[in-house]
Design a protein. Structure first.
Length: 54
């Protein structure tokens, strides 16, 4: 059976990155990518995925 995924995006605050990532990790989210925020060149956006229904 093929795994079905759900996705989530969240802004990352530079001064609190570890805590933010740890919190999402505890909820079963896996970090996929971090990119510059399109509306704020100093900000970051994190993309996460986890198996659907987790």
């Amino acid at each position: 059976m093929q795994t079905k995924w759900e996705y989530f995006t969240a802004p990352l605050l530079i001064h609190n990155t570890k805590q933010i990532l740890d919190t999402f990790g505890e909820d079963g989210w896996e970090l996929v990518q971090v990119i510059p925020a399109p509306t704020n060149p100093e900000g970051l956006v994190a993309y996460f995925k986890r198996p659907k229904g987790a």
